[in-house]
Design a protein around this ligand. Structure first.
Ligand code: URA
Length: 217
């Protein structure tokens, strides 16, 4: 385990992706000298690794596929996959997952944090048709206070999505606890787990502001 990261011991509902590739990419992502193009690429690749684990229970049904030499047993999705990135940093995660699963549809939730109260403010919400019976992956690279993701999940439930999985890159212990307290049915996957938040609600050591580092703002 790398410095700054801790185990997910005794953190129900949280799954830490354990793989040397993920550790190397998280280290490079955290590095303050990693420029936006490299940061985006790493975040997209990590999103694929996290989604690979988060979709382990993705429902498929048997389907026969014709190879040039004859029929072979195969699988197809039992229900569509819908990705719901939380704007704006979640967009880079969706880009990564879409490369692996191009048939996924994408909804969007726009939220920003009131920097004084740290409470989420919603400014945009849109889901693809049929999202109610899809398998839904909620994407936000930073699970910090957990307030935005808890509000996003609440909104999705209100709109008829009974259950979803959350994929992030860096989670904080308090954020995981908050999100699970609000949504005990939520399973959360991440590539790193940090202990603390600072007074602004940033994950420490974290990686800074993911949106700024993705978009160079
Ligand atoms: N959002 C970020 O981009 N980084 C944090 O550490 C917390 C929220």
């Amino acid at each position: 385990m790398l410095p700054g990261a801790v185990t997910e011991q005794a953190l129900p509902g949280f799954h830490l992706v354990r793989h040397p590739l993920a550790d190397l990419k998280v280290s490079a992502l955290r590095d303050q000298d990693t420029p936006p193009p490299e940061f985006r690429r790493l975040l997209q690749e990590l999103s694929q690794l996290v989604a690979y684990e988060a979709l382990r229970d993705f429902e498929t049904v048997p389907a026969t596929v014709q190879t040039p030499l004859g029929p072979a047993p195969g699988a197809r999705a039992a229900r569509p996959l819908v990705l719901v990135p939380v704007l704006r940093a979640g967009l880079a995660m969706a880009d990564g997952v879409l490369r692996m699963f191009p048939a996924a549809a994408v909804g969007h939730i726009g939220m920003f944090r009131n920097e004084e109260t740290l409470e989420p403010v919603s400014y945009y919400f849109r889901l693809p048709p049929g999202a109610g019976h899809a398998q839904v992956l909620l994407l936000d690279p930073m699970l910090a206070t957990g307030n935005s993701l808890a509000a996003a999940a609440e909104r999705l439930k209100k709109e008829g999505i009974p259950k979803m999985t959350c994929a992030c890159i860096v989670a904080s212990r308090p954020g995981v606890a908050r999100l699970r307290a609000a949504h005990p049915d939520m399973t959360i996957f991440g590539a790193a787990l940090d202990d603390e938040l600072d007074e602004r609600g940033y994950i420490t050591p974290g990686l800074g502001d993911a949106g700024d580092r993705i978009f160079g703002t």
